[in-house]
Every structure is written in structure tokens, then in C-alpha cells.
Design a protein around this ligand. Sequence first.
Ligand code: FES
Length: 275
Amino acid sequence: MGYKILRKEELIPGQTTMLVIDAPQIAAKAKPGNFVMMRTSSNGERVPLTIADCDKENGTITIVYLVVGKSTAEMNTLSEGDEFMDVCGPLGKATHIKQSGTVVCVGGGTGIAAMHHIAKGHVEAGNRVIAIVGARSKDLLLFCSELSSFCPELRIATDDGSEGHKGFVTEILQDILETEDDVAEVVAIGPVPMMEAVCRVTEPFGTKTTVSLNSIMVDGIGMCGACRCTVGGKTLFACVDGPEFDGHKVDFGELKARLWQFKQQEGESMERFSK
Ligand code: FES
């Protein structure tokens, strides 16, 4: 039996899609920070995606993906009522959430969807959450109404100033860290350069900073080593040791180099698929 798509919504037409999938066993166990590995067919690539939300009562999980290559383009051909061949999860370590006071959650790009689940977890744990979301422009922002439904302190940054602060999420974060003296933790999920920039801002303040690494994954269960990354001088696997790590200890240079290593093959594969 496959995993049926109950709802499909193009959040940003042609670029970012949200799927609500019937997966009661995964929904029952899913926690903020967990991810799933999804395959459209037996020949399909296993695609790792963070669980953006889950509804335990209705047995569904929500995932959001950016159409960036062949596998996500193939996923995007599926419609409501179609099924994924497999959805494996929940995988990875759940976010460590405890009552800690003020937590700033920063999201960029599709990372906003994943950050939304973590922010919700912190609110449910009784923490004050300040959410910061960023995008190039207003029409590329995601999950703002969902976030503001449980998080009154939502701050927005757009590169072109079409919504909220004109500039970067890091500028808002810097301002918060300078004016609030009780920020217990900063959580950042999004493009690697954004997470790296967040860590550069928080480091002088000594604020605990958690990032979610989107390294290349193959099996997602700690067997292949594809997702290895260096954290605090140690080689760790994002799929089983993470995906969340202490951002101040992550070797972002190595992570970026590893993410780019198959760009040519990915481009060729996409070209063949598009023909
Ligand atoms: Fe294979 Fe993590 S994806 S070890």
C-alpha cells in the first residue's frame, strides 16, 4: 500500500509545493525536527524532507519541497489521490525542546516550513517564541499566516522591502539580541549561507544556536555515510546524529563543498527528465 496525497497546494507556483500525505503510523510518532525519506517509485531517488507539520488525529503529515532537480520535479507530477511508493520515517533526532524562556526561530526559503513545526513545539512547551522569516520578496514568503496563528511575535525580512524589514533576517536577529537579554536559544533552518550567517551573528553573544543540516542523504539511516559532516571536529551523520547540531561547531565550508559535489550530474539528470 502506498502513501496517498490528500492535499496538494502550490505555495509558490512552479517552485514550492506543499503536500498533505496520509501516513498515520508516521504521524503518530513524528516530532518537530524529524524528517522522512520519500520515493515516488521503485526506480525513484530517496528524497529527504523535513516534516513541516503533522496531524495525529487525522493521521497525516505535511511536507514542503522546492522543485530543484529531477526527483522533486518528478514528485511534482503527482496529484491529489496519487500515492508515493514509500515514505519512511520519522527519521533523525527530534528537536530538543524544553521550557527555556525566549527562543528565536529563524527560517528562510522552504526552511520556514520546517521551522514552523519547531516553533510550534516551543510554544507548546511554554516558551516565548520570536519567529523571523525571510525571502527575496513578499511573494516568496511561506507559512506566515500559520506561524502568526500561534506566534504573535512574527518578524519578516525581504531583500526588496516588499514586506517587513528591507534586508536580511540576520539584521533583525542582531537587533533582538542587542535589545533582549534573555534569549535562551536561536534555531535557524534554511539555506546553508543563511544558517552560517545566523551563527556568525549569535557567536559574539554566546547564544546557543541550533541549525538543521540539509546534507545529501541516500539511505537516511546511518549506513551509507553520504550525509557526513564535521561538527566540533568530529565526523557525524546528519541522518542519525542530527539533522540538528550546534551551529557554532559546524564546518560550513565542508558542508557547502559536499552539497555542490554532484551539481553537474544533477543538472544532466534534470535535463534528461525535462526532454
Ligand atoms: Fe546515509 Fe546518513 S544518509 S548515513
